[in-house]
Design a protein around this ligand. Structure first.
Ligand code: ZN
Length: 454
């Protein structure tokens, strides 16, 4: 029997050193959107992967992409891929930080700094867990591979190409994704996928220029045209009515629904947070959770046309535009959405409406009973003394499909975040205790995923 009490004692004895190592990584800015500090951070991460994790690691690039770090350690029947990214979101707005974003600061048991939660904390914790495992339990009983990306926060532009080129160094039987969080009630969570996203803009041009609104009798109005087109995308039952769109939605399995039944969802608190008296369609219980986790969205994020300032201006707008995002579930993809939307509008005579596709990422969903998912649940149970909440997927998006769908690797995510970690926002933080627990959980996860008993 492996001695995880010894493992825990080792982690506790090294906590100050581990947190200092994380602070050094956070102190180095790595803002991919602005091209700041990427090479410098990659060098630190490569050094830590070798020195702390004992990995045989390299920094590789495809075309003009940033350094991507891949590495490997251990031997065994199973191979685990660890996906993390070393870049961070821009720290703005700076004046809303209580302490500077790149000066990691401890306060009341929390560590503040850009990237501590998303995603430098988990990246370091997992390397430290590998070291602690070797120091107290023995050789790694599996092969661990890592993939550390340097442009996740700016769209992972080169990742698909990287995976095509270097896929042989990434193949694995399971993958642990970058993040995971304790929920607002303090329960650890495990998730097995991500929704995808397709962002589009619709542009309508009517007359050559704005006109006096008395001409509304005879001059077409771009704002009305946009409204009529938008009204064909969804009905007042909140059903997406784009031709063929819902046909692409993969229904949850009986096992998915069973897991969904058990998933806690605090309806009262959620209604309170949003100041609403009822959910869409008046849904509640299983049907509400099913819609939230297994259905796509079509959200009007913004509409602009005509005069929207103070007072009145009797104007007939010449142009109108809307920004729309679709959160995607399998088997919808950004390309499919763009094609279906274009055909849908054309079929209704809206051939004049321009559709401009923006940011897109495919969804990625994996079984909640894969070897990786079951190992994560067992590791969390042993670490936290309670069953984690298992989510079929996280509400956010990310480059999971580029890695895991491309290489057919089942995914699971869990990590050191909390419900108020403020990813992408000022005062990003993790609790030091959660950081230590993630090291403890990841050590156990390696063991269970390798097929060994705790
Ligand atoms: Zn992230």
């Amino acid at each position: 029997m492996a001695d995880f009490a010894k493992f825990d004692a080792y982690v506790r004895a090294h906590t100050a050193e581990y947190v200092d190592e994380l602070k050094a990584l956070v102190r180095q800015p790595s803002v991919s959107a602005q091209g700041i500090g990427i090479d410098e951070t990659a060098a630190i991460v490569l050094d830590r992967a070798r020195a702390r994790g004992g990995l045989a690691a390299d920094a590789l690039r495809v075309s003009s992409g940033p350094p991507t770090i891949v590495g490997q350690a251990g031997t065994g029947a199973r191979t685990l891929l660890v996906y993390d990214h070393y870049d961070v979101q821009p720290p703005d707005p700076l004046d809303e930080w209580d302490t500077p974003p790149f000066e990691p600061t401890e306060r009341d048991g929390f560590l503040f700094g850009r990237g501590v939660s998303d995603n430098k904390g988990n990246l370091m914790a997992r390397l430290q867990a590998i070291e602690a495992y070797r120091a107290t339990i023995g050789d790694l009983p599996l092969r661990v591979r890592v993939l550390y990306e340097g442009e996740e926060e700016s769209g992972s532009v080169h990742l698909a190409d990287f995976v095509r080129t270097h896929g042989d160094r990434l193949r694995a039987d399971g993958c642990i994704w970058e993040a995971g969080y304790k929920d607002a009630a303090g329960r650890p969570t495990v998730s097995c996928g991500l929704k995808g996203i397709a962002y589009v803009e619709l542009h309508v041009r009517g007359a050559a220029k704005d006109a006096h609104s008395s001409l509304g009798t005879i001059v077409p109005n771009a704002a009305w045209r946009l409204v009529w087109a938008l009204a064909t995308l969804k009905n007042d039952r909140d059903e997406i009515t784009i031709d063929g769109f819902m046909d692409k939605v993969r229904a949850p399995t009986a096992a998915d629904l069973q897991a969904l039944e058990r998933l806690p969802f605090d309806e009262d608190a959620t209604r309170r947070i949003h100041g609403i008296t009822r959910f869409v369609r008046g849904l509640t219980g299983l049907e509400l959770k099913k819609k939230h986790f297994y259905e796509p969205t079509c959200t009007i994020c913004g509409i602009v046309s005509g005069y929207t300032g103070a007072g009145s201006k009797t104007v007939l707008p010449a142009v109108a535009s809307a920004k729309i995002d679709f959160r995607l579930v399998p088997d919808l993809t950004p390309d499919i959405v763009a094609t279906l939307l274009r055909a849908h509008l054309d079929r209704r005579g809206f051939t004049d409406i321009e559709v401009v596709a923006g940011h897109g990422e495919s969804p990625s969903r994996w079984p909640t009973d894969s070897v990786a998912a079951r190992a994560a649940v067992e590791a969390c149970r042993a670490t936290y003394g309670r069953d984690p909440v298992v989510y079929p997927l996280m509400a956010g998006s990310g480059p999971m499909a580029q890695v895991c769908d491309a290489l057919r690797i089942p995914v699971v995510g869990f990590g050191s975040g909390n419900a108020s970690s403020a990813n992408h926002a000022p005062n990003e933080n993790i609790a030091i205790a959660d950081y230590v627990d993630h090291i403890r959980a990841f050590g156990r996860f390696l063991h269970v995923f390798a097929g060994l008993a705790l």
